[in-house]
Design a binder for this molecule. Sequence first.
Ligand SMILES: [Zn+2]
Length: 116
Amino acid sequence: MITRRVTFKAAEAGGFYVESPTRTLKPTQRCAKCWELTPKTLADRIHQCSNAACGHVEDRDVNAAQVNLIWARGQELSSVGVDGQALLSAPVNTGGFKQLTQVKRQKLLAQQSSKG
Ligand SMILES: [Zn+2]
């Protein structure tokens, strides 16, 4: 129910709701600078990147939030059509990411069928 409400509020504000795939993204272990994984226990409160070439040091939760944000922005960029027009600018109350991907799929299908 909280997801539905957040989705609605995000759409109402002209944005959209995305849920990051934390099992594959591993935001608490991934480095926001170089994207490498650094295994941690819950007791490790500081992210110290295991990649010697990176060496990024950040509060664990701040780093995880940054990883999620970077991922979400990637999703946002991938929702921009080939004509450069963001699909988000179509209907404002789209109802969130699920419908957005449907719109994207329809657009892809339309492009494929026009290629013949
Ligand atoms: Zn790093």
